[in-house]
Design a protein. Sequence first.
Length: 479
Amino acid sequence: MSKLRNFVLAGGLVAAFGWGCSPQAPSNSATPGPRSEQLQGEELAVLTHAPEVPLPITRQHPTKVIVKLEVREKVSRLADGVDYTFWTFGGQVPGCFIRVRQGDLVEFHLANHPSSKMPHNIDLHAVTGPGGGATSSFTAPGHESTFSFKALNRGLYVYHCATAPVGMHIGNGMYGLILVEPPEGLPKVDHEFYVMQGDFYTKGPNGQAGLQPFSMQKALEEKPDYVVFNGSVGALVGDKALQAKVGETVRLYIGNGGPNLVSSFHVIGEIFDDVYPEGGDTINHNIQTTLIPAGGSAITEFKVDAPGTFILVDHSIFRAFNKGALGMLKVAGEENKELYSGKQDDRVYQPEGGAVQEMPGESKTHPGARTKEERIRQGEDVFKQVCTACHQANAEGVPNVFPPLAKSDYLNADPNRAVDAISNGLQGEITVNGAKFNQVMPKLALSDEQTANVVTYVINNFGNKGGEITPEQVAKRRK
Ligand SMILES: [Cu+2]
């Protein structure tokens, strides 16, 4: 008999975990007995907040699993400076991860906190029965409902609220994942993580500060202002990034709550060795991008072979770089130059044997700036063509990923830092206006003239302190 179960029978877990999800699953040192498909005993499910996943089930028999999940309506951060009233299963978006074994009898308790304004319910896609539990679990604020279901089918399933207006309840964050593990369990891996995408519709446009109400109109038009992993912009970046070491195996349980968008889930610089498409049984191999339907899931597995930061995205790429669907997996360890060399060489490319080719008339349209004003004007073109891709058109950057050039204390301390960043690239930790960045800016192939112009443009705009950088200064610095 498992330690965990003894503990439950003594009433310990109920007191220890109550209604919340625990931040991390407790260690489970159960010794499995002989396998049986007879329902035996009962236990309280340990639920976790994303990105944690409860430990694999080592039980060799089905049991009665008691799940206690509490709905809370809660204001929290959607993006920097932007708050939102989330409706949650367990206090966070996505809802707590539930892990049961195929054949388990699940006794589900849904509580709706007295502070809620709305009734809520739950439709678990793992349920075989009308409404997936929805009608049996309709719960007014300050009430608790109970229903049971048998976990007949193995797989990774979405659960969500199905109270009218359904789209609004899901759109406010009411979704999560339940894994029904096969009796033999899943192959052992070093790390399991829980990542769930969702789209959000706010009254103000992306980035507008303050408490943003839900926009029914934008939701109807399927035009989200935010598309995020784990409930907010930046939930999986910086020191909240997923972590692993070179040589380890990683399993991602990925869900998509929608309410509207499907996700083209991709990890930049990684290939999924195995994918269980749509969370079912078949296994596909060597996958770059896997499609996750709204109200659907996928399991991906891969070994991390190279160190570095791997970016999780919805490859509908504006969602990643402009609406928030971006996370990180940081892999620590030794580089393997045979596997991935890094940049080996960079030289001037001169086609047609030597002289740099010029378009006729090009030298006339770019005569070189004679005044500071001309320099600023020409620098603006370079800025729009080159810098905005990362630092954004308003030079505000992207939190945790691209630092702001606007009012940048880092840049204003010495404008030559911009010249150096363009000439040599920039990487390693820097602090800009109090925020830490640890990313890579590639070196850019700009002439001395273009570099002088764009830096002069930047330091004379976006609230920066002014000044001028000339091509001569750039040339000298580059020597
Ligand atoms: Cu609801």
